[in-house]
Design a protein around this ligand. Sequence first.
Ligand code: NI
Ligand code: MN
Length: 226
Amino acid sequence: MHTITWYGHATFGMQIGQYQILVDPYFSQNPVTPVTAQEVSADFILITHGHFDHVGDSVEIAKRCGSLIIANAEIAGWMKNKGVQAHPQQIGGGYQHPFGYVKLTPALHGSKLPDGSYGGLAAGFLITTNDHKTIYLAGDTGIFSEMALLGEEGIDLAVLPIGDNYTMGPKDALRALKMLQPKTVIPMHVNTWDLIAQDVDAWKQQVESTTDTHCHPLKPGESFSF
Ligand code: NI
Ligand code: MN
């Protein structure tokens, strides 16, 4: 059994076996999160891309907890320059970390780091846990047809942006689900700001009436076990 907790926006905590993993830890500037950066801890921190709302408080958390950052090589190098341990990967490449096999996946998005540095290509993560659960964290992305290839891997849980404007909106996220075919989907990158406000309950209805996927929206602070 594993647990995923949504902290609002694109920020998640996962408990996979004995390991605590944070994804895109954006707390101190996050208008919707119920917890602070000081209240969370992580063995590993996954960062999808360099934007401020994804790099967030990762340096501070990693220094306090001794976390290992997993990200593309450009972001990993930037983190090492800040005195944080980081494991560089690149899109299409996977590596067996202690909690599972982590592969970087494509994402259609930008990745400039908060200080203006080049952050490489935006990415998502496909995680296969040691007990063979597959989790797809899409990151910030528009829809792309290679999602069908990811779907072939057999996804248990997909985490998709549905906020529109910066990422897929509800309609494209629904089309993406038809390629990804996950057992369960959790929507994210939504209702942080007015610019990405969406009716999540309406989207859940559409997902469950037109696909075989179970939609499990979370409120910030809520968890889902799988
Ligand atoms: Ni972004
Ligand atoms: Mn974002």
